[in-house]
Design a protein around this ligand. Structure first.
Ligand SMILES: NC(=O)c1ccc[n+]([C@@H]2O[C@H](COP(=O)([O-])OP(=O)(O)OC[C@H]3O[C@@H](n4cnc5c(N)ncnc54)[C@H](OP(=O)(O)O)[C@@H]3O)[C@@H](O)[C@H]2O)c1
Length: 272
């Protein structure tokens, strides 16, 4: 599969999101995803499923070096001692050895970023994780974090789909040589009933969800759609055999609107 090459990391451009997948169902979906060609798996301490994701990967029989596993440090674990301890716990739950990419899940204004970044760099230096990055970082936070980490951050993961303009954050990632990875890339499923995406997909024999995913990856941005349904696993990875025209890419970008953001919490940073 095509990869996003950022510094020393090679991140498969399409991955499986696993939020809300739990227990044996989660392991079964992950195992099936490996069989269908998924090579990038996204979990988090907050999802409570790191053990299940690891179980699914091991059950598939794939060689460890052929999959790229991402987990995220919970915002409550960003104080340096807690960060290292929580990452050791994540490694213990996943049971896959070194984590391929560790992200700070959300910024936390209550803890100095310099302290958190120092601990993140330490997790890499100590061999707990191969690569480090951030999630839900704005342009200003990207700049600050990159400076503190002396440009060792390889990725920012953030909400991105046709209904949300993220051109500023995308530009900041590119300027810093960081991979951009889109979460909620089919807008939590709402792309499936979009008439514009349906019309554009029809001549290609593709569903609106596939058009949404293609639009993301065709910009050189990663996408981590989640599904609990095996038939949709196959649908969501079947996006590499067609290309959207420049006009179609522009028309889809035009679906963005000010209320398009889905994921917004009390602790969210001030978005760009
Ligand atoms: N860093 C962060 O703060 C953050 C925040 C949010 C998400 N994420 C990550 O990103 C992943 C994906 O984002 P997301 O889960 O928010 O949203 P998403 O992947 O855009 O959408 C998932 C929803 O769409 C449905 N769906 C999946 N494939 C479909 C298809 N082909 N046609 C129609 N419906 C489809 C799923 O339902 P079924 O299960 O019924 O198929 C599910 O309800 C998460 O699982 C998580 O790993 C990270």
């Amino acid at each position: 599969m095509q990869t996003l090459d950022a510094k020393n990391a090679q991140i498969p451009i399409l991955g499986l999101g696993t939020w809300e997948l739990r227990g044996r169902d989660c392991a079964r979906v992950v195992e099936q995803a490996v069989r269908l060609g998924y090579r990038h798996f996204d979990t988090a301490q907050l999802y409570g499923n790191e053990r299940d994701v690891g179980d699914g990967i091991r059950a598939s029989g794939i060689s460890r070096s052929d999959v790229f596993v991402v987990t995220k440090v919970a915002p409550d674990n960003l104080a340096p001692g807690l960060l290292i301890r929580s990452v050791k716990e994540s490694v213990g739950k996943l049971r896959l050895g070194e984590i391929d990419l560790l992200l700070l899940h959300w910024p936390n204004k209550g803890i100095p970023l310099a302290d958190t970044i120092a601990a993140l760099v330490e997790a890499k230096r100590d061999g707990l994780v191969r690569n480090i990055g951030v999630s839900n970082y704005t342009v200003a936070l990207i700049e600050e974090a990159c400076r503190l980490a002396e440009d060792r951050l390889v990725c920012n993961q953030f909400e991105y789909h046709p209904y949300l303009d993220q051109s500023k954050v995308l530009a900041a990632c590119r300027a810093r040589g960081m991979a951009a990875v889109a979460y909620s890339p089919i807008a939590r499923g709402s792309a499936k009933s979009d008439s514009v995406l349906a019309r554009i997909g029809k001549p290609y024999g593709k569903t609106p969800a596939q058009v949404s995913l293609r639009w993301v990856i065709q910009q050189g941005v990663g996408a981590i759609p989640r599904t609990s349904r095996v038939e949709r696993l196959a649908e969501n990875i079947d996006v590499f055999d067609f290309s959207l025209t420049d006009e179609e890419m522009t028309e889809i970008a035009g679906l963005a609107h000010p209320g398009g953001r889905i994921v917004d919490w009390a602790w969210s940073p001030k978005w760009d």
